[in-house]
Design a protein around this ligand. Structure first.
Ligand code: URA
Length: 459
């Protein structure tokens, strides 16, 4: 098999075999490693692939697409391109969730301890090996939020991850260089070749990383609306279908929930403020602005509990999840998890006191009426500009930057009423986000049609 033949066959619209796809991915990884570390890389070189050929292959896939079988083969080849988890020793149902990214979406911080609390007691046992990402573009990242907890370490070795999973039934970590190297290499090339947006390449990228966690169940939160990664409902649904079919093909029970992302989720968007919001909820303090976040977390947890066999239906699972949050069981699991990651839980005694932005500004309603709309992506960019996100990978993020929402879409507001409070770690960072938010917020005379949070289940 030669990479050029594989490229030409895809270019001409033929269906590639499992062997062709596996060979191509293998060659990409070996050549990538040789480039990164010539001294220690295996002496591959019999089958070289050039960057131009990788780019051509990606563009051929972009235009021709992949059959469900080809997609499954690509995902599997990427999944096994480096280290993978082996969760058999846990004797547990392993389940995780993935979100396509949103603004103020901190549901992982509630779901991991909720599932851990459910997993510790009785049968079946459940474990959540959660590999999360960093803030990118207009969306926030779970790792950046967790790292605002003093001492919290998200970069664990595979051995330590397994220890924490045994002990806590969950672990909250970042991608390691050894996990799915094929995705790192292909993603870098996609970024330079205009092929990031292919739903087939997105599916292989996301699912190879999730399936490397050795999961028995996976629940996907696929966002739709103005803050979503995919521009239309149909495209989000198509992505959900591809991801579900790919998960099922590998023997992982997979469900996607299409959910609305038309405004920031919950009360806060940022880093520490999002941890604060979740701690409040787990301590039994449910702020009215957190209602949508709690609903989303419970629905996703409910599906995870149902897949694990802990409940007879996803609805019963959602009720169990809510009970675990309300009873303090999830909070107990959270404290154990934070301690296992080296985090200092004393900051949860008074999370509001730990929030120390240097500058604050209130955005008020310019007129009376109904909060009728906003471009949620623009709000996400404003949060990023406040310092909570990063302009490029590797940039630092501000722990205390972010926003507080005081009103949700459809709310009747009076002129001068606070709609959002902006937080930054430097006063000079407030002006531009304030302008961006003022420009995108619409107040109308008539109440808007507000989409329900949960739109559709794809399974
Ligand atoms: N997230 C990923 O991990 N990969 C993609 O291709 C898109 C989003």
């Amino acid at each position: 098999i030669h990479p050029l033949d594989v490229i030409i066959r895809k270019r001409d619209g033929h269906e590639l075999t499992k062997a062709e796809i596996a060979h191509l991915v293998h060659t990409v990884v070996l050549n990538g490693e040789a480039k990164l570390n010539p001294a220690t890389a295996p002496t591959v070189a019999t089958d070289k692939i050039t960057d131009a050929q990788i780019a051509a292959f990606l563009m051929a896939v972009f235009w021709r697409g992949l059959s469900r079988e080809e997609l499954a083969h690509l995902t599997t080849a990427m999944r096994f391109s480096g280290e993978v988890f082996d969760t058999k020793s846990l004797n547990s149902f392993t389940v995780d969730k993935h979100s396509t990214g949103g603004v103020g979406d901190k549901s992982s911080l509630l779901i991991a301890p909720t599932l851990a609390a459910a997993g510790i007691e009785g049968t079946p046992s459940i474990s959540v090996p959660m590999i999360s990402g960093r803030s990118l573009g207009h969306t926030g990242g779970t790792l950046d939020k967790l790292e605002t907890i003093p001492g919290f370490n998200t970069q664990l070795t595979l051995t330590r991850m397994m220890e924490v999973l045994h002990e806590c039934h969950a672990v909250l970590v970042g991608q390691t260089p050894k996990l799915v190297p094929a995705d790192r290499m292909l993603y870098a090339m996609r970024d330079h070749t205009g092929t990031v947006e292919s739903p087939f390449l997105i599916t292989a990228s996301i699912m190879s990383k999730k399936l490397a966690e050795d999961l028995q169940g996976l629940v996907l939160d696929v966002k739709v609306g103005s803050g979503a990664f995919m521009p239309s409902y149909e495209q989000s649904k198509f992505l959900a279908e591809l991801m579900v079919s790919t998960g099922e093909h590998s023997g992982t029970k997979t469900v996607a929930v299409l959910t609305t992302m038309d405004e920031p989720l919950g009360r806060f968007s940022g880093n520490w403020v999002e941890v604060w919001e979740c701690v409040d909820i787990m301590q039994g303090k449910r702020h009215a602005m957190s209602a949508d976040l709690i609903e989303l977390s419970n629905v996703l947890s409910g599906w995870m509990l149902f897949l694990a066999g802990k409940s007879d239906s996803p609805e019963a699972g959602a009720k169990l999840a809510d009970d675990l949050l309300a009873s303090g069981a999830a909070y107990k699991a959270w404290l154990k998890l934070v301690a296992a990651h080296g985090g200092d839980a004393s900051v949860f005694e008074d999370p509001a006191a730990f929030h120390k932005p240097k500058a604050t500004q209130v955005l008020k309603a310019k007129r009376s009426g109904y909060l009728a709309g906003m471009d949620c992506k623009e709000i996400g960019w404003a949060v990023q500009r406040l310092g909570a996100g990063r302009a490029k990978p590797g940039d630092p993020v501000g722990a205390h930057a972010g926003i507080e929402s005081h009103a949700k879409l459809g709310t009747k507001v009076e002129e001068g009423q606070p709609l959002f409070t902006l937080f930054a770690e430097e006063a000079s960072l407030l002006a531009e986000p304030l302008r961006m938010m003022e420009e995108t917020i619409v107040i109308a005379d008539e109440p808007p049609t507000v989409q329900p949070l949960i739109r559709e289940i794809v399974k």
